[in-house]
Design a protein around this ligand. Sequence first.
Ligand code: AMP
Length: 414
Amino acid sequence: MNYKAPRGTRDIFGETVLGLNLLEQKAKEIFIRHGFEEVRTPIFEEAALFTRSIGQTTDIVEKEMYVFEDRKKRKLALRPEGTASLARAFIEHRMDISSPACKFFYSGEMFRYERPQAGRYRQFRQIGAEIYASSSPAADAEIIILAQQVLSSLGIDKINIHINSLGCEKCRPLFREALVKYFSSVEDLCEDCLRRLEKNPLRLLDCKIDSCKFTDVPEMSDYLCSDCKDNFSIVQLLLKKANCNFTVNGKLVRGLDYYTRTVFEVRSDAVGSQDALAAGGRYDNLIKEIGGQNTPAVGFAIGAERALLAAQSVGFFENLKSPEKIFVAIADQELFSEAFTFAVKITRDGINGNKNISVFGPINGKSLTNQLKFADKIQTSKTIVFAKTEFENGKVLIKNMKDKTQSEIELNKL
Ligand code: AMP
């Protein structure tokens, strides 16, 4: 029987792993420079946490969560995103009471039962950051700038940042009413839209089936209260001052219910139909909604796979530095332990100051010819040969595996 990775998942290795590590490293450096601290939360949580925070009538909760019962019949879910878990941790550790302001980042696997295609998986990685306890529009602007900086560190500069404001509990009900009125006049709504029309009309705006039918839909900007309007203009002003280009997109709503005021999406033409590389926004009611003190918050997540796809299209992978492969060989079997000790030493100290190396060998009980064949097969660039006569003079042979030239070098110079 042949087993395969489950649909929508994939094994990653080679340059994709290198790219992923580099993306995470660069994001981490940028987050730390902005004063963020790393948090790791569990990969599964009580399912109710996500239902409550993301919203009962969202695609994620209705169709995409991996929900299971454990042996004690607890209803758990693989996390579909990071914000809810971080908010839960923030409350559980009483930071909603004790901390004046917190900035956290995370990176890890998320799980959604979506129809797989390029850039869309059932297991994927998100790198995200959240700012708690700040209602300042500067926090919104900082989050958007962070997303831009992380993508730019991979050479992804051709991006379109779409921003919108979804208002607050004061002004959104008016917009909601206008939407219900508008959608009620549209014929042939799909089943999901009909079901969500009363409970969650905002969801209809990004319905994958019906949204193309909606022309002249009411826009939130016409319903924003003066506080939300001011807030949104300051976010825009700060972004302009920071030379961060954006487009105001009145149709942007996002697929999660917890957002209030600013929402944004970073899109790129380089990745096909799944063009959103990163997304986020403000969620001032979430912490209270799931049992904490009233704490405003704003955050975002980058989809690592999509960011890497975009990075690939600008040649980012060509600059990835794979470690130099070095093989340690023995021409005489009695030198095995010396060669072994040398291999251990260079894995620890590097060779000529270079620590970006991968060391193979020595292999016991094989002829030198066979060892060199092996070194060729695994594409080493150099082979260091321990041979009796040279070793007695404190030297080893260095074979360049590409042009097959060979030279002698003193062992203590390596
Ligand atoms: P969201 O949590 O839905 O706001 O998504 C944030 C980012 O995560 C998106 O902009 C995508 O880049 C990425 N993302 C979301 N869903 C998937 C998926 N199924 N596969 C790969 N990336 C995803």
